[in-house]
Design a protein. Sequence first.
Length: 173
Amino acid sequence: MEAMLTKVELAMADTWERLDLIEQGMEKGIKDLKEHIQDLREGMLDAKELDNFLWHMERYFKAIALTDEATKVRTATFYLTDTTTLWWHRRFADMEKSICTIETWDEFKREIKRQFYPDDVAYLARKNMRLLKHTCSIRDYVKEFSSLMLEIPNMIEEEFLFNFMDNLQGWAK
C-alpha cells in the first residue's frame, strides 16, 4: 500500500511539473501575441508582421486546444485594431448581407492577406536584395539579408549565396 502511495505521489509530482511547463509555454505564446498586437496598433502592418500575427494566432489556438474554425475567426478578430478593425467591420457587414462568407480560419487568412498583403512582396524583396550593399557591420548585413530571404519563397540556395557574396565588401569575401 505504501509503495502504491509513493508511485501516486511521484506521478502527481510529474504531472504538476508538466503542467508548469505547459503554463510557461502558454505565457510565452501570449506574450509574443501581445507584442504582435501592439505592432498592429502602431500601424506596422507589413507582410512580415501579418505573417507573424497569423502564425502567433495559430500557436495560440494550439496552446488552448482551439479547433472550431468559426471560433478561431471570432477569436482572431478580437485582436484586430485600427485599419484591420475597419476592414473586418466592412467584411462582417458583407457577410450579414450574404455578399461573402468567412467561416474558416483558412478563409480568414486568405481574405486578410488579400487586403493587407502586398501582391509584389517577393518582387520587392528580390529588388531590395539586389540593391542591398554591405556598408554596415557584417551582423547588420546578415540580419537584413536574412530578413529579405524570408520574403522570397521560390529563390534557390545558389541565388541566395550569389547575392549574399556579390554584395559583400571586398575585404569580407
